[in-house]
Design a protein. Structure first.
Length: 357
């Protein structure tokens, strides 16, 4: 191992800069990274010398590909009594909430992959900038998990059934579609990001509308990401994915014609049945809840997913550890996932994440 820090904190001309510094691991998040952010963010929020925060990823491949789920798998295998599976989600969700409530502009430079935990560091902030290499997805159902890090809150608030579609299928979006969906606010080539930093440093970002203030700075540097594809798909997505159950959604896709429907059906057939049903229930419950209530709910779901024998560990094994791409889900069929199995994911836990302020 080298001695490079997993996070680099810097302050430049009034801008606090956080660099996720695990490029070989696609800047995947660890417990130590979350604890460091929870230590530094309250200090920066109160520091009058810092007027905004920029978060970015090291390297050219990813902003952040998610959490270090392989580490969670290894703990279950080697140390079943360990606390990483409890502490990681707890600390991560507190970071997500800090970003959502941050009193200063929070700006994300999204160069490369932005998935899972990376989305939690970006989408809840003030302003997200996608580069030419940006790639978004919430692919958790493929590993037996669910779209966490506040995924229920923001996905449930996307137009129509788009959030349900993204959550169940793990469908990937490039910059044009993410901009159309409102997941990012701007597209700027990666070689102009330093210009963005300089412009932010020169600007007055105070005021009640932080997003508008940042947009005024960023707009002159924006370029077109090209044409979005979602506008031509959204009517079909709404028709298929607005159903009340996963079985109905699958039935809609089976009865539809065309390559797009066939591709989405193929995805749903291969991912975890219980994860799909938990995810759909999560989105339903998130639609009218506060951010804090959604995070409490997601923490409960996360801890249910960390129990021995859950699909999460089989999904990580199959996709990331053994890489045989052949997970053996339990239950293996949608019709065998009972309401009680789903409901158990939403029950309170001993160390509930509850926000008092």
């Amino acid at each position: 191992m080298n001695g490079d820090p997993e996070l680099v904190f810097d302050v430049r001309d009034g801008i606090g800069i956080i660099t996720l510094n695990r490029p070989k691991a696609l800047n995947a998040l660890t417990l130590d990274m979350m604890r460091e952010m929870n230590r530094v963010l309250p200090v920066w929020e109160c520091d009058a010398a810092i007027k905004a925060v920029v978060v970015r990823g090291a390297g050219d491949r990813a902003f952040c590909a998610g959490g270090d789920v392989a580490g969670l798998y290894r703990e279950m295998r080697d140390d079943p009594g360990g606390t990483l599976r409890r502490d990681f989600f707890y600390e991560e969700y507190i970071v997500n909430r800090r970003i959502h409530r941050f009193a200063k502009p929070w700006i994300s430079f999204l160069h490369g992959i932005d998935m899972g935990g990376g989305v939690g560091l970006s989408v809840h902030g003030t302003y997200s900038i996608a580069t030419e290499r940006f790639l978004f997805a919430m692919p958790e159902t493929a590993i037996g998990l669910f779209p966490d890090v506040g995924g229920g809150y923001f996905l449930a608030r996307l137009r129509g059934a788009l959030g349900t579609f993204l959550a169940l299928t793990g469908y990937r979006l490039r910059a044009a579609d993410a901009l159309w969906a409102g997941i990012v606010q701007a597209h700027i080539p990666s070689d102009r990001l330093e210009d963005v930093l300089a412009a932010l440093a020169r600007s007055d970002l105070s005021g009640t509308d932080a997003r508008r203030a940042v947009d005024a700075v960023v707009a002159p540097l924006c370029t077109s990401p090209g044409a979005a594809t979602l506008p031509g798909l959204i009517a079909r997505i709404d028709r298929w994915f607005s159903a009340g159950t996963v079985e109905e959604i699958v039935g809609n896709l089976r009865g539809a014609e065309g390559d797009f429907a066939a591709a989405q059906l193929k995805e749903l057939v291969r991912v975890s049945p219980i994860s799909m049903k938990v995810t759909l229930e999560q989105l339903k419950r998130s639609a009218n809840r506060s951010f804090e209530d959604c995070m409490t709910m997601e923490y409960r779901i996360s801890q249910a997913c960390m129990r021995p024998g859950h699909d999460f560990f089989e999904g990580v094994r199959a996709l990331l550890i053994d890489k045989d791409q052949a997970p053996k889900w339990n239950p293996s069929k949608l019709e065998d996932v009972t309401e009680d199995m789903v409901a158990a994911h939403f029950a309170p836990v001993a160390n509930d994440l509850v926000f008092a302020d």
